[in-house]
Design a protein around this ligand. Structure first.
Ligand code: 0T9
Length: 391
């Protein structure tokens, strides 16, 4: 069975062939209409915030160990949104709109009784190759996430392999002990199901959450037929700093699936939260609803804000009016090309609004060296907006 509409079969086959013979920036390839998403990649950083309580409560941990557990729990709980939500909403993974340079996306998760307001600022900081910078901040708890996201793609064994470039830094500001930083690295993706026209994402390899105090989460991802025979499986091991007096008793092992539930398989010395009905000492349960970001109405947005900028294209895609979609997309691309030409003629370059690029991130290099990662040096985008934290 195939999900490819009969009229788009040859264009889909063509698209797959193009992907196979091509490696680099997939965003520039023209895909058949049925696989187009009306959502721009600048909206994707919002997945980090869809469990706002878990995010802001990282700072409530009583010590480094507890905060590292909470950081891991929040991270794992975001994976379902990050990697399966297009399948749930649109039936399969789809090709997102390729953001223009300077595109912005803002939103928030409003304050409630149990948490302060969390805000998100996203800016497209490069078009070729696409790079998205983001910053999420909860002022009440002092929890901040900042990072950037890019992709290097290749084709292997019928799947698209996506190496994520970029990393994120989680900073807990204003703890009694000062600030505490965590480096978050990102997993590798495989896009499977291409032949049938119903692509979905599986994660592979490892990612890390390295706290500057030495606590380290190593997360290993497996698809079908590994640890549990289930798709979307992972195993996370949290280990104490090398000089910890009782490392064995403070090593946490968690196994499960990141789109459903996970539980401790080892938690010596640490009393995990128990949840009725789940039987084992549970860690995450993301089967329930998540909370989507609140975005202000388009009438109050600037021309650079993602939903307003892409409105006509997105409507075309949603209404199956691909002629309109492609006409409107061409308009946006033409005006972008003109802007680049004008800049070149004037000897200027586009100026970022909310982020400043630094060519090397020393925090990243330092924290990555702690777990023995030998990462290629990466740039970083530092948030410079009005509520930037100076400490
Ligand atoms: C950061 C995430 C990222 C972005 C997407 C690879 C992908 C673009 C990047 C990595 C987020 O935090 C997490 C989730 C999904 C990733 C996307 C999945 C995907 O297929 C696209 C790529 C560029 C394509 O559109 C490939 C062509 C398409 C026809 C396959 C569906």
């Amino acid at each position: 069975a195939t999900a490819v509409p009969p009229a788009q079969k040859s264009s889909w086959t063509n698209f797959i062939k193009q992907i196979a013979s091509f490696s680099g920036d997939l965003s520039s390839l023209t895909a058949p209409p049925f696989i187009l998403s009306p959502v721009s990649l600048t909206e994707f950083p919002a997945y980090w915030g869809e469990r706002p309580e878990l995010f802001s409560s990282i700072a409530e941990g009583v010590d480094e160990e507890d905060r590292s557990v909470r950081a891991l729990k929040w991270f794992i709980a975001t994976l379902k949104g990050q990697y399966t939500s297009r399948n749930e909403k649109m039936g399969s993974e789809k090709k997102p709109l390729n953001p223009v340079l300077g595109e912005l996306f803002f939103g928030e998760w409003p304050e409630t009784e149990t948490r302060g307001k969390t805000t998100l600022t996203v800016e497209q900081v490069s078009h070729h190759p696409p790079v998205t910078a983001y910053r999420m901040y909860n002022a009440k708890s002092g929890v901040e996430l900042s990072g950037f996201s890019g992709q290097k793609t290749s084709f292997s064994g019928g799947s698209i392999i996506v190496k994520q470039t970029g990393h994120a830094l989680l900073t807990l500001h204003g703890l009694p002990t000062g600030k505490e930083r965590y480096l978050i690295t990102l997993p590798r993706l495989r896009i499977d199901g291409l032949w049938y026209g119903s692509p979905y994402t599986e994660l592979s390899d490892m990612s890390y959450i390295q706290c500057e105090n030495g606590w380290l989460s190593t997360i290993e991802y497996k698809g079908k037929g590994y640890f549990s025979g289930k798709p979307h499986s992972f195993k996370a091991v949290l280990t104490p700093p090398y000089n910890h007096p009782a490392p064995e008793e403070h090593t946490h092992v968690i196994e499960g699936t990141w789109h459903e539930t996970s539980a401790y398989t080892k938690a010596s010395g640490f009393q995990p939260e128990l949840k009725p009905g789940l039987g084992t000492p549970y860690f995450t349960d993301v089967r329930g609803p998540k909370e989507e970001i609140t975005v202000k109405p388009e009438s109050e947005q600037s021309e650079w804000e993602s939903r307003k900028l892409w409105r006509k294209v997105a409507d075309g895609i949603k209404n199956g009016d691909y002629e309109v979609a492609s006409k409107e997309k061409t308009k946006i691309e033409t005006s972008q090309r003109q802007m680049r030409k004008d800049e070149q003629a004037a000897g200027t370059t586009w100026k970022l609004k909310y982020f400043e690029k630094i060519p090397h991130d020393e925090v990243y290099e330092h924290l990555a060296s702690m777990y023995g990662g030998q990462p290629p040096t990466e740039e970083m985008y530092v948030y410079i907006g009005p509520d930037a934290v100076k400490d």
